[in-house]
Ligand binder design. Structure first.
Ligand SMILES: Cc1cc2nc3c(=O)[nH]c(=O)nc-3n(C[C@H](O)[C@H](O)[C@H](O)COP(=O)(O)O)c2cc1C
Length: 315
């Protein structure tokens, strides 16, 4: 093939120069990774979840390894939205990459206020709403686990957010398509999925749960089949741009998410194994296309040929 494959993708109102984004909470505020890769090559950087006030997060231990991934209960530690906008965002603007603010709140009002502040900051490409946060007004019930919580959080943010709005879904629900529909009906331009799966680790000798918080979120290769399934389900059921993630370590993993319908992908836990993982994944995608003579990465999006998995199955 004479020219290089085209890697640009269009997700609703959001254009990215390539489909590789680093996932929230696994790539700091971006600049921490300057020694390891050229930030300007990434399609996007999704920063650590931002709240209205700074948060210390949960006490340690708040991460542990599992046989095929990790468990974390960081507790959404972050510098707070004002500090981000004033000090963390300006250096990121120097790079030719889409900066995506991942935000959350413990109340609907807090979601809207954080969204209003980041939306007004120059150089922000999009807002990603993490609806996996417990609603303190409703007894700690997670916003994204019920349709009403999803609707209220997304609608409140949509009102104040003129930027492309990504809503990030939790996999810890019975019917992810039902929540996905509510998110889109309430104003989401794009869906991203999945966040971490609930899990625990047990310290056999001390007869205790390993994480100080008890329960945490499982991420990494262990969740890839489940994440792929959920992305496939949402992409099959709805016509909405999707960003897929969950256990992507290699370019082949990323390409599988594109095949089931994701228009872009996020790289999370892989960044802890190899801080340059996202660039290696990007290079691998380009190579895969070039070797097979596929001119455009979009030619692979949703190009799965086998029939849909059955809704019901038996082992
Ligand atoms: C240590 C850690 C912190 C995370 N923090 C956030 C966060 O602040 N906001 C968010 O939406 N997702 C957060 N996530 C979830 C990731 O963005 C991603 O959805 C998840 O890890 C699945 O992808 P992976 O298997 O590639 O890691 C975090 C994940 C990890 C491992």
């Amino acid at each position: 093939m004479s020219s290089l494959p085209s890697l640009a993708v269009q997700l609703g109102p959001l254009r990215l120069k390539n489909p590789v984004i680093t996932a929230s909470g696994t790539f700091g505020y971006g600049t921490e990774f300057l020694p390891y890769l050229d930030l300007g090559r990434l399609g996007g950087i999704c920063v650590k979840g931002l709240s209205l006030a700074p948060r210390l997060g949960n006490p340690p231990p708040r991460t542990c390894e599992t046989p095929a991934g990790m468990l974390n209960a960081i507790g959404l530690a972050n510098v707070g939205v004002e500090e981000f906008v004033t000090h963390k965002l300006p250096p990121l603007r120097a790079f030719d990459t889409a900066v995506i603010a991942n935000i959350f709140g413990e109340t609907v009002e807090e979601y809207a206020e954080v969204a209003r502040i980041v939306s007004a900051a120059p150089g922000m490409a999009a807002v990603e709403l993490n609806i996996s946060c417990p609603n303190t007004e409703r007894g700690g019930r997670v916003f994204g686990c019920d349709p009403d919580g999803t609707r209220r959080a997304v609608a409140a943010v949509r009102k104040v957010c003129p930027l492309p709005l990504i809503v990030k879904l939790t996999p810890n629900v019975t019917d992810i398509v039902a929540i996905a529909r509510v998110a889109v009906d309430s104003g989401a331009d794009i869906l991203s999925l999945v966040n971490t799966f609930l899990g625990i680790a047990v310290d056999l000798d001390r007869r205790r749960l390993v994480l100080a918080n008890g329960v945490g979120g499982v991420s990494g290769p262990a969740i890839k089949p489940q994440a792929l399934y959920l992305v496939h389900r949402v992409c099959s059921a709805m016509n909405v741009p999707v960003i897929g993630m969950g256990g992507i370590l290699t370019a082949r993993d990323a390409l599988e998410f594109l095949l089931v319908g994701a228009g872009a992908i996020q790289v999370g836990t892989a960044n802890f194994l190899d801080p340059a993982a996202s660039i290696k994944i990007l290079d691998g995608i380009g190579e895969f296309l070039a070797v097979r003579g596929i001119p455009d990465v979009n030619d692979l999006v949703g190009a799965l040929e086998s029939r849909s998995p059955r809704a019901e199955f038996s082992t």
